[in-house]
Design a protein around this ligand. Structure first.
Ligand code: NI
Length: 390
C-alpha cells in the first residue's frame, strides 16, 4: 500500500474548509432547491483544476479525478441540502434565511468533500484509478436525490462507495461503523377510516370513526408484536390522528398518518399486507370502511462487509483502535442506500458531538451544530479510505 502525506495536507487545508462550512451554514437551501449551493460547489471544484465536472441533476454536482496510474474507481458522497427549520443559534455564521437551516451537518459534509477534492486534485499523478466526488442534493426529502443521481449514471463503473455523516450522538474522535444493516427504511402510510357521522348523544345511530380509528391504532401494534419475529426489527408508529370538529358531533371519518421502519427487505415487503388485514378486520367488524395508502421510502442502508472491513482497518491505522465504535443499527433513514443497490459501499458515522463545548443538541433541532474539530477527522477518513480502496 502506498501512503500519501494526508496528515499535513489536511492540516493545511482545514481552516479553509471550516470557512466553506460556515459560508454554507449561513446560506442554506432546502432539498431540491440547492441552486446556489451547487454553484458554489461547482466553482470551488473548478478552481482546483484537474477535475472533470458535470451536473447530474439541476442542483447536484459530480467531479471525476482520473489518476495518473491504473486502479479502481471509488465514489465519495456528500449530501448538500438543508432542512426547513428556522435556526435558533446565535453564532455569527447562523443561517441568514428564516425557514432554512443546516441542522443535520450537511454543510460539513459538503465542505469536507470539497477539501478532499482539493487535496487529491493536487496529487493527481500519484493517484491510482479514479476518485468520483458526488455532491448530492435532497437527502432530506423523499423520494431523495440519490435515486436520481444513480439513474443519471453517477455509479456507473464504480467499484466502491463511501458516505460520511457527521454524527453528534458520538463524541468527536470516534468513528462509528456497522457491518450489514445500519439504518432502516422510512416507509410512510396514510389511513382513512370511513364511518357515518351524527349526533354525539345518539351514537348508536352512527358508525363512530373515532372509536373505530382508535381500535385500529391499538390493533396495528399487534402487527409488530405478534406478526413479526422477535429476531427481526420493525417499528410502526401512528404519528397523526385527525378528525372531528366539536364536542357534540361524531365525525364521518378520521385520518391518520405514520411511519414503518424495518431493516430487512423481506419484513419490509410484508408490512402493507399485514396492516391491511388488521385495518380491514377492525373496520368491518364495526361497520366502517377504510383506505390504506402505503408508500415505500428509502431502502435500508446495508453495508458491504468487504468495504467496511477495509474502512475499519484504515480507521484503526489512522486514528487508533480505540477510536472505532461498532454500531447497532438505527431506524433513521438515509438515501445513501440507493448507491448501495449499484455498488458495494459503507456508511460511516464521524463523531461530532462535544458536551464541553455545549454541542449537545440532536440532529434536526433548531439549535443543532457540530464540533468543527470533526472536520479534519472526516477529511482524513475520506482520504485514507479512498486511497486504500483504489
Ligand atoms: Ni443528515
Amino acid at each position: 500500500m502506498e501512503t500519501l502525506p494526508f496528515e499535513n495536507a489536511v492540516e493545511e487545508t482545514k481552516d479553509e474548509v471550516v470557512g466553506w462550512r460556515r459560508f454554507l451554514h449561513e446560506n442554506p437551501e432546502v432539498s431540491f432547491h440547492e441552486k446556489e449551493t451547487a454553484r458554489f460547489v461547482y466553482e470551488k471544484l473548478e478552481s482546483f483544476g484537474g477535475l472533470e465536472l458535470s451536473r447530474p441533476t439541476r442542483t447536484s454536482v459530480m467531479a471525476r479525478l482520473l489518476g495518473g496510474k491504473p486502479g479502481n474507481t471509488v465514489a465519495l458522497r456528500a449530501d448538500i441540502d438543508a432542512l426547513p427549520i428556522t435556526e435558533e443559534n446565535s453564532f455569527e455564521f447562523a443561517s441568514k434565511r428564516p425557514g432554512a437551516m443546516h441542522a443535520c451537518g450537511h454543510d460539513g459534509h459538503t465542505a469536507m468533500l470539497l477539501g478532499v477534492a482539493k487535496i487529491l486534485s493536487s496529487m493527481k499523478e500519484d493517484i491510482s484509478g479514479e476518485v468520483r466526488f458526488i455532491f448530492q442534493h435532497a437527502e432530506e426529502l423523499m423520494p431523495g436525490g440519490a435515486e436520481e443521481m444513480v439513474e443519471n449514471g453517477v455509479m456507473d463503473g464504480v467499484d466502491a462507495v463511501i458516505g460520511i455523516h457527521l454524527w453528534a450522538s458520538l463524541p468527536t474522535g470516534t468513528i462509528g461503523l456497522a457491518y450489514g444493516p445500519m439504518m432502516g427504511s422510512p416507509d410512510v402510510f396514510r389511513i382513512t377510516i370511513k364511518g357515518s357521522g351524527g349526533h354525539a348523544a345518539m351514537a348508536y345511530k352512527t358508525v363512530d370513526s373515532i372509536a373505530v380509528g382508535s381500535q385500529v391504532v391499538t390493533n396495528l401494534q399487534h402487527v409488530v408484536s405478534r406478526n413479526i419475529s422477535p429476531m427481526e426489527n420493525a417499528v410502526l408508529s401512528v404519528t397523526r390522528f385527525e378528525g372531528g370538529t366539536t364536542h357534540n358531533v361524531i365525525p364521518g371519518s378520521v385520518e391518520m398518518e405514520g411511519t414503518v421502519r424495518t431493516l430487512d427487505p423481506e419484513v419490509r415487503k410484508q408490512m402493507p399486507e399485514l396492516m391491511e388485514r388488521v385495518i380491514k378486520g377492525v373496520t368491518e367488524a364495526h361497520g366502517a370502511s377504510h383506505d390504506l395508502e402505503y408508500n415505500f421510502g428509502y431502502r435500508p442502508v446495508i453495508n458491504d462487509d468487504g468495504v467496511t472491513r477495509v474502512v475499519e482497518e484504515t480507521a484503526k491505522d489512522t486514528f487508533g483502535d480505540d477510536a472505532i465504535e461498532l454500531q447497532r443499527p438505527t431506524m433513521g433513514g438515509e438515501d445513501f442506500s440507493a448507491y448501495q443497490q449499484k455498488t458495494p459501499g459503507t456508511f460511516i458515522w464521524v463523531g461530532a458531538g462535544n458536551e464541553e463545548k455545549g454541542i449537545v443538541h440532536p440532529h434536526h433541532h433548531p439549535r443543532f451544530t457540530f464540533d468543527e474539530d470533526a472536520i479534519p477527522i472526516g477529511m482524513r477518513m475520506h482520504l485514507e479510505a479512498a486511497v486504500r480502496l483504489l
